[in-house]
Ligand binder design. Sequence first.
Ligand code: UDP
Ligand code: MG
Length: 324
Amino acid sequence: MKIDLSVVIPIYNEEAGLIKLFDRLYPALDALELNYEIVFVNDGSRDRSPAMLADQFRLRPDVTRVVLFNGNYGQHMAILAGFSETRGEIVVTLDADLQNPPEEVRNLIAKMREGYDYVGSIRRERQDSAWRTYASRAMNRLREKITRIQMTDQGNMLRAYGRNVIDLINQCSEVNTFVPALAYTFARHPTEIVVEHEERAAGESKYSLYSLIRLNFDLVTGFSLMPLQFFSLLGIGLSFFSAALFVLLLARRFVFGAEVEGVFTLFAITFFLMGVILFGIGLVGEYVGRIYEQVRGRPRYVVQAILQQERSPAPTSLDPVFKG
Ligand code: UDP
Ligand code: MG
């Protein structure tokens, strides 16, 4: 059976909102009247989410598949694991917290059918805290300059990808990555649409300030070498500047004799330069860290079990198939 649509949803401690999600997601997808499958990926939840997913699998085994991780590997790893299980011609990603209304999937598909292979989305009115909306807008702008990846709204996961893009992503083995950006680099014909955004249905955001900063570093260093190159340029500029300063001070020494005035100015300049150097070392560390994780070559995630219907010969058994 050909599958038209796969929906991938990462789940991490979402027990409070899962029932609401099921109640809206399944009717919205049934209404599309095409062959679809939903791939839930449980990212090592420590609450009742995996049990609830298993229940839901029993209710709708025809369209539900559940990938269970043995630990928490992060939202993007969960989505990648989901991708490698998908069979649909179009793959849509969605958050479990209903911030992305499932009814919007219809609009994404309509846009894909116009011949695009990547449909991003822009939240009409973002329902998040003010500082997050503001910080993410600023980061968006900076990232766009550095990486050439055009995403008006990077923090939004409601997106549709064509099979060609998904197949390429499945060939990648990047450790820390950002799925929409990775997909964008493979898309031949990307576009964006405007979608609604709702407040989190239940539970709380899984992203702390720290993980947001991490995510943005991954987004920049994972897709561009420009920060490193910028530091080489800055280094050249500063060397010329300090050479000039040295000549100037030497000249003053001979014209006016030894002096201590201006020592504090020199200190100020020194501290500033030390800050620049520390930042540069940290930045190099970001890249070295990525290289280290890559050469270590550990599995990016570990799948404990997959709940899905036996595919061949006839889809009658309700027994989950375990593999992993
Ligand atoms: N998520 C995940 N693993 C994590 C963190 C989050 O699978 O380590 C999932 C989470 O269950 C949700 C989605 O990723 O479906 C987005 O998370 P959240 O809503 O907390 O992020 P925000 O909307 O605050 O950016
Ligand atoms: Mg959310």
